[in-house]
Ligand binder design. Structure first.
Ligand code: SAM
Length: 155
């Protein structure tokens, strides 16, 4: 159900940012399923993946210049030169079942994402993140509130 919600919201985000320029960021490559989906949704954009180790199949491994290795807490805030432009969509799947751990991650993730996101960028995230300025967008009926989140940055 979590993966279905993720997929539904990424599909919706793709519609919403159709006319908004900027690369796509996937936080947490994992086995590459989401990265593969993002590449299919955005064939004409650069999709960057971040993780601290590789566990995906070679067939979905991003090209080296779009795979940012290391602790995201250290890599993401300084990734703008690599991205080439501020990101239009950021997907965060760093969470686990540990709500306290997720809240701790969210605290450093908020400024790190704001450092590389464009104005009005969308964030699709598995847990809430305390951005300075953001607005939760309505979820489709098929996504249970709290399961996954669709956020627009800015006022
Ligand atoms: N969406 C992915 C997929 O399609 O398979 C699943 C992501 S998995 C739930 C979370 C990933 O985030 C793991 O691969 C883990 O290594 C990575 N991760 C978690 N915290 C991280 C951090 N601080 N820095 C870098 N990678 C991290």
């Amino acid at each position: 159900r979590r993966m279905t919600a993720q997929r539904v919201l990424l599909d919706q985000a793709a519609e919403l940012i159709r006319d908004v320029d900027g690369p796509i960021i996937d936080l947490g490559l994992g086995n590459g399923r989401t990265f593969d989906h993002l590449c299919a949704l955005f064939p004409d954009r650069a999709v960057f993946a971040f993780d601290n180790f590789i566990q995906s199949a070679l067939t979905v491994l991003p090209p080296a210049e779009r795979m940012v290795m290391g602790d995201i807490r250290e890599t993401l805030p300084f990734a703008l030169p690599r991205l080439g432009a501020r990101a239009a969509l950021i997907h965060n799947d760093l969470g686990s079942a540990d709500a306290v751990g997720n809240a701790a991650t969210a605290a450093w993730l908020a400024p790190a994402i704001e450092a590389v996101a464009r104005d009005a960028a969308l964030v699709v995230t598995s847990f809430l993140i305390p951005f300075t300025k953001s607005m939760a967008l309505p979820l489709p009926d098929s996504v249970k509130p709290g399961r996954y989140h669709l956020i627009r940055l800015g006022n």
